[in-house]
Each structure stands twice: as C-alpha cells, then as structure tokens.
Design a protein. Structure first.
Length: 337
C-alpha cells in the first residue's frame, strides 16, 4: 500500500477507500518468462470496487508518455456479497479515451472475495479481480516519526535526531487489498523493448468523469505532494508531469536531502521519476526501478532517495504468503471482528 499514507491529513480520494489506488507491480511470470504480469491494487478495505469507477492500466510503448494500450476494469454494484467485473482493451489513439472503450474481452466475471481466486482467461490473457493479501510492507509508526505536517507539507525533512525512527514492526502483516491482475504475452506490450505503465482511477459523478487517483512510481505521490497539490496531481496526465511538477520536486528535495537544483534534476532524471510512470524493460529481471516485485522495499528506496542516503533502512522483511502462480498475491486474511 505504498500510496496509502499520502498526506496523513488527506485520506483517500473523495473520502472513499474504493477509489484509493495503492500499488502497481510489473514483472515477468515466474512460470513463463515470455509473459508479463501487471497488478494494480486498490481499496485497502478490500470490500469491493466502486461501481461508478473506471480502473485502468495504461501502457506507453513508444516513449511519448501517451497511452498506446489500455485495460479498463469496470464493476457492478456489490449485491448479497457478490460483484462482477468486465474488462475492455483499447489500442492506439482509442486507448487515450478516458472511457472504457475498445474490445470487451471479459464480461461479467465473478469478483473473488474468498480464498479461491477466480482466474478468467480470454485468448492469451489471464485476468483476476478481487480481495487478496497485501504484499506491501512498511513501518507506519516509523514513517510518521519522519513526517512534518506543518503548513500543509506532508514530508519536508527527516527528523532523525540521534536514533533510528524505525520500530521494526510491519504495519501491514494482516492487510488485504482489492487487486486487479493481468498476465499477457510480453510481445503484446510491443515495447522497444521497454514500456511505461501507470494506473488511473476515474469516477463518474453527475455526468462527468473525474480523475481521482493515479499510480506510477511507488510512494512518489505519497512523499512529494502536499495536501494542496494532491488532488491536482491525481487528476493530471503523465505527459504534463515534467512541466507541471518538476519545480515542486526540486523544492522538496532541497529540504529533505539538501539537494542543489542541479543535483535534484540529475537525481530525478537518473531515477526517471518524471513522468510518474513505472518503467519496465522485460529483457532485464524485474526489480524496482525496473518494474516492481513483491520483495522490493520501496519505502527504503524512496526515503534514501529523498534524504540523499541519510535515512537508514527499516530492516523489514517481505511478506512470505505471495504465490508463484497467477494472480500472485496471497490468500486474503480473515476479516477481523
């Protein structure tokens, strides 16, 4: 859930957990390296997906930061503990429409809320939507110790003092998440060889489609945004990221790591943070920042980046309940209470 604690005072988009995009993963299938898995997680309550939302995976395969391939998930309302989902695939210029357009390749499949995942096949594609065990691991109390929320800024400078902020406790060991997973032949991505991937959640409200959340690099939005900029950031498009957000990133990095302007720009470029899209070259092993796998400690990565190496690792271990078969995330934990 690397985007969950975005602004400790802000909360989920429009106050609705179902609209909260949590994590984006991309990696080669462990069973077949010629296939790629892409997973977009939402809703840390894992109690269903919003029936008026469009959850989308966007793929840029030619480097222009515009979508060339899009998978749109749409959902029915939850009724009697059940929900269904449909998936549309769009290519080329059509994929840039915010609507669920293109070819409907999954129709009214069952969302999984229990232990047994409902894997749906469509041609060479595999799909899943439902509740799964969350693979993201983080020390929430330690992160709070590093925050400064004064003046609307969510993260300004590390408050290390003379001791580590970390508690050694993983705050996410029993968490579930709503997961949308795709596995497809890597050749379908049509990268040269790499692609850029980003997630979008849009909500139909009063006849308008509002872009309420986005997901690209893990924890970038969480640490770089302020309460005042988060909604605009969520609604913006990656193609405009460098023009709109570069100065904000530079300013923050001056506070968190004493970066000069030149050093900040060089670091942003070296890590390909703008545009905020997850880069994945399937000809190389997946490990963030090349795609993302469940064992990546993305909080360590981001805090080290922000502090120019001054914040020590949190010492946490990855979760061990993930699977080597689709949909890869583990069996959901029993509901509490």
């Amino acid at each position: 859930m690397s985007n969950h604690f975005t602004g400790l005072s802000l909360g989920p988009p429009l106050g609705d957990q179902r609209l909260d995009l949590c994590d984006l993963y991309a990696f080669q299938s462990p069973a077949d390296p010629s296939r790629t898995a892409i997973i977009l997680n939402a809703n840390p309550s894992a109690d269903g997906f919003h029936p008026d939302a469009i959850y989308r995976l966007n793929i840029d395969n030619d480097g222009d930061c515009l979508t060339d391939l899009a998978f749109s998930f749409v959902f029915s309302p939850v009724a009697n503990g059940r929900q269904t989902f449909s998936v549309f695939v769009a290519k080329g210029a059509e994929s840039r429409s915010p609507e669920p357009v293109g070819t409907k390749i999954v129709s009214d499949a069952e969302v999984s809320f229990g232990a047994e995942p409902n894997v749906v096949g469509s041609g060479n594609y595999s799909f899943f939507a439902g509740s799964r065990s969350d693979a993201f691991f983080f020390d929430f109390d330690g992160i709070k110790a590093l925050y400064d929320t004064r003046g609307g800024r969510n993260f300004t400078a590390p408050h290390l003092g003379n001791k580590s902020p970390w508690t050694g406790v993983d705050s996410n060991t029993e968490a579930n998440v709503g997961s949308m997973a795709i596995e497809l032949p890597t050749s379908e991505l049509a990268g040269k060889p790499g692609v850029r991937i980003w997630g979008r959640c849009s909500l139909r409200c009063d006849g308008k489609l509002l872009h309420v959340d986005r997901a690209g690099h893990p924890s970038v939005s969480s640490f770089f945004n302020t309460d005042d900029t988060k909604e605009e950031y969520n609604a913006s498009e990656p193609v405009n990221d460098r023009t709109r957000w570069l100065e904000m990133f530079i300013h923050l990095m001056g506070h968190t790591g004493n970066y000069t302007r030149e050093e900040a720009i060089a670091a942003i470029d070296a890590h390909a943070l703008l545009p905020d899209m997850l880069n994945f070259d399937p000809t190389r092993p997946a490990q963030y920042p090349n795609g993302r796998v469940f064992t990546d400690d993305v909080i360590n990565h981001r805090l080290s980046f922000l502090s120019k190496g001054d914040i020590p690792p949190d010492g946490l271990a990855p979760h061990t309940d993930t699977l080597r078969v689709f949909p890869y995330l583990g069996t959901p934990h029993p509901a509490k209470g």
